[in-house]
Design a binder for this molecule. Structure first.
Ligand code: ZN
Length: 125
């Protein structure tokens, strides 16, 4: 069960990455589908596989080999741990609720930091 929750946390983590990437730019988080910022290639299932897909491609885009950056798997990994860790200390359902709460807090923190970073330097640079 905790393995499923870890997976759910990883998937939520990849959504956090998407939101943190697009919200500061004022783009929709629903469309278009995720694509490489450098070459525009639409991401396939392997790219979207949290952490594992990243590890298999060495953190680079499969088409243009551009460096994706280390933040994506870290954000996903932390979200996965936030989701799975409370289950070790709490009964199942309170643990799930606590885990979701932690993931939401993590998502808000990551997205908020991205917005701030974009507002203070990204626009002019
Ligand atoms: Zn690319």
């Amino acid at each position: 069960m905790s393995a499923y929750l870890l997976l759910l946390g990883l998937l939520l983590g990849s959504f956090i990455n998407l939101a943190a990437d697009r919200i500061p730019r004022g783009e929709s988080i629903l469309r278009p589908r995720s694509h490489c910022r450098a070459c525009g290639r639409q991401l396939d299932a392997l790219d979207l596989l949290p952490v594992l897909g990243y590890a298999m491609r060495g953190g680079r885009c499969a088409t243009c080999r551009c460096w994706i950056g280390a933040s994506a798997p870290i954000v996903e990994g932390v979200a996965g741990l936030c989701m799975a860790a409370p289950i070790l200390w709490l009964p199942l359902w309170p643990g799930v609720v606590a885990g979701l709460g932690l993931v939401v807090c993590w998502g808000v923190a990551v997205t908020g930091l991205a917005v701030r970073r974009y507002a203070t330097g990204g626009r002019s640079g």
